[in-house]
Ligand binder design. Structure first.
Ligand code: FDA
Length: 390
């Protein structure tokens, strides 16, 4: 009775479902394990403070992709928030990513762009040619020089990965951001902001179609419940087109092993003040501070009336995910890459099921890249599958 089953209601699943329902009048079922749609970009209003919080970590929309920008504005407008990040190192606050302001504050200097470039070039020359690729630390020093690397990148990254920097791969440091201007915007995309009436309202508009049915609290692998059993892997795969955006290893019953992920633990606090830290995101670069960053959500929406005596902050702590945790960032060790090689073969041998999104492909994507990937799937795969079938 459905033309398409979409597993997962994150931005990938929502974009596919919305497009299929609108373009081809397809009847679409969305199967979602959680109690809400929107995947990890979901947000809700904190009942105690009235402040919108991003339940699975801070999400700032930003893009240079005009097709994606035009697509998302069908469902929401954005405020004019411009993302800036600060970092506290050894009791001093600096702008991030490292820019001319950071460099001059750190060295107590007034270098011009050319002078700062020359300094970094000289400091990064301590790593002999050919040694940069050894590990994260050698690549980091050869990219930005030892003083900036040790202050701004080494310990923060070690906390994120819970791994000694000399044991991390060089690839992580290959593109450490350093700007030789005073531009402290975190993203340089032409479009950025937060959805004016929140992420949840944006996502609800995407499924507001008589062609789309959403089944919440429904696990695609749960064969127990007879009511939901019609929308499980065993009853749909091979019979009706399926777009699967859950974890790829789960789909194949972990046949080649479990892929490694990092997760984040959040500690929630509601301080009695109208402004706890003066910005949305404060990183903590020192190993002596266990959290990686603190998010104060009210700053994402300066246009809103929020209480003057109450705020809410999430402190983030990074660690490896266990089987029971929410998977956030792929770790991608050589053994993960080998597993993905096998899973990719298995995906190609599973007709009628298309794999997408960050969990379905084991890759980190920002929201705009997720939507772009879904629009590609709609054009490249679903158009022939659904466009001609209906
Ligand atoms: P997503 O994970 O959102 O959705 C997958 C859905 O599938 C989930 O709802 C899940 O419950 C469901 N599912 C899984 N297994 C299932 C099963 N067996 N049955 C039914 N449903 C199942 N991007 C950006 O542009 N700006 C930002 O600031 C950030 N910030 C950020 C912070 C953090 C901490 C993370 C981890 C990520 C970001 N991102 C981001 C990235 C952003 O979260 C990402 O692009 C989207 O969530 C990807 O959407 P997907 O649909 O691919 O997955």
């Amino acid at each position: 009775m459905y033309d398409l089953v979409v597993v997962g209601s994150g931005l990938f699943g929502l974009t596919v479902a919305e497009s299929a329902a609108r373009l081809w009048d397809a009847r679409v079922a969305i199967v979602e394990k959680r109690s809400h749609i929107g995947g990890n970009a979901y947000s809700e209003v904190d009942p105690e403070t009235g402040i919108e919080v991003h339940k699975y970590g801070a999400h700032i929309f930003h893009t240079s992709n005009e097709e994606v920008w035009n697509y998302v504005r069908r469902f929401t407008d954005f405020n004019d928030y411009v993302h800036r990040v600060l970092t506290t190192i050894d009791g001093v606050v600096y702008p991030m990513p490292v820019n001319l302001g950071t460099i001059n504050q750190f060295f107590g200097s007034a270098y011009s762009p050319d002078q700062a470039r020359a300094l970094v070039r000289e400091q990064s020359s301590e790593i002999p040619a050919g040694r940069a690729e050894d590990n994260f630390e050698t690549m980091g020093i050869s990219t930005v020089g030892r003083p900036l690397f040790e202050a701004f990148f080494r310990d923060y990254t070690a906390k994120q990965w819970q791994t000694n920097p000399t044991d991390l791969p060089a690839g992580i440091a290959r593109r450490l951001p350093v700007r030789y201007t005073y531009d402290s915007r975190y993203f340089s995309d032409p479009h950025q902001g937060l959805p004016l009436d929140g992420y949840a309202a944006w996502f609800e508009r995407m499924v507001d179609s008589p062609n789309i049915d959403v089944f919440l609290n429904s696990d695609f692998f749960d064969e127990e419940s007879s009511e939901k059993a019609t929308l499980t892997r065993d009853s749909t795969a091979g019979r009706v087109p399926v777009v699967y955006t859950g974890p790829v290893d789960r789909f194949f019953d972990y046949e080649y092993g479990r892929l490694g992920w990092r997760t984040i633990d959040f500690e929630v606090e509601r301080p009695h003040t109208g402004d706890y830290q003066g910005c949305a995101v404060m990183n903590y670069g020192d190993l002596t501070v266990p959290e990686t960053r603190t998010i104060e959500f009210r700053h994402f929406n300066p246009e809103r009336e929020y209480p003057g005596d109450r705020t809410i902050v999430y402190r983030e702590f990074s660690r490896s995910a266990t089987a029971d945790d929410d998977p956030y960032y792929p770790i991608n060790t050589p053994s993960d890459q080998k597993m993905m090689h096998d899973y990719r073969r298995a995906m190609a041998d599973t007709p009628g099921v298309l794999f997408g999104g960050r969990l379905g492909t084991y890759r980190y994507f920002d929201m705009d890249a997720t939507i772009a990937g879904a629009l590609d799937m709609v054009r490249d795969d679903l158009a022939s599958l659904l466009g001609s079938n209906l």
